[in-house]
Design a protein around this ligand. Sequence first.
Ligand code: SAM
Ligand code: SF4
Ligand code: SF4
Length: 349
Amino acid sequence: MNPFLSATSLTDTLMRPLKDLRLSVIDQCNFRCTYCMPKEVFTRDYPFLRAAERLSFDEMTTLARTFVDLGVEKIRITGGEPLLRKDLPHLIEALARLETPAGKPVEIAMTTNGALLAAQARALRDAGLGRVTVSLDALDDAVFRAMNDVDFPVARALDGIEAAVEAGLAPVKVNAVISKIRNAHQVLPLARHFRHSGVNLRFIEYMDVGGAEGWRLDQVVTAAEMRALIESEFALVPQAGRASDTANGFRYADGGGEVGFIASVSRPFCGDCTRARVSADGKLFLCLFAARSVDLRQWLRAGQSGQLAQAIRASWSTRADRYSEQRGALRTHGGAGRYPVVRMSLVGG
Ligand code: SAM
Ligand code: SF4
Ligand code: SF4
């Protein structure tokens, strides 16, 4: 263990421990989801990070090890679209070897749009990936193609989900971001499709993150509304989850499996937010809506592991972010211009 670290757990100003790391491996994506990377903004000329600006796998592994020494128990690989990063299984292999100071293996998960998953699921599993979450916002092919805005067929995303199940990346989760203007009518078809499949479907409220410039509160379908829609057809039973679980978990009363609702807007869960986010170029963000970031790459490239740990420790211990709990006030009092600033495709959700 690094001598600059101590075994005591690192907490922020709201006493939230550092437990999870979301590591973005690339800021590019093969989709142009209209609420995340709208085509008008993410054009051919968009200044995506150059390869030399992105952290190497060695740098990411050093970074992850430092976070683990400071308390992180779970690492989620994200993007942009993480499967666009070449040789990703090499990184997974290195991360899967990490252990917590107590000697426990670190959980390695990934969030992907599933487009390239059918071809890669087995290699990712063999490299040590534990679980995968696939984002899928519609079951109807035309709606899915319109939402990804690159005409990608839903059948191929479903193939990716099936390949993940077959590879044993269990339990496979599917996340659907629902908004009134795009896909509210997809809630029930998605629920019906994934019942009895072993896949855990979670519905997410549409958020005002960077990328969703046209966001309006009245476009949000709340978790309660989505739950009521499902309960119009299937009885649900609540399940107890761990404190930092973002999803409100339910199971179908008839044994059809699990379904969850992530109420990021209507019932924010900042009090349990133990997640640090690092962009592909090594910037630390303390909140999905953070206005500022801390450059960790400088310490990685200088080989200064003590400074690196110190920078993370100093940032986390002064963290006070709780944007979702303050959203109302911030947006009403002229905050809308200041928030959000960081793009979801850079920090990875
Ligand atoms: N490309 C991968 C994917 O789509 O799964 C990983 C990165 S993507 C930024 C991570 C997650 O952020 C996806 O599940 C996506 O649906 C979610 N997301 C993006 N914009 C969002 C928004 N405005 N509101 C809620 N979730 C959003
Ligand atoms: Fe790409 Fe994921 Fe954003 Fe869609 S949500 S544009 S798949 S990064
Ligand atoms: Fe965490 Fe920020 Fe989201 Fe609150 S708004 S749950 S602090 S990322």
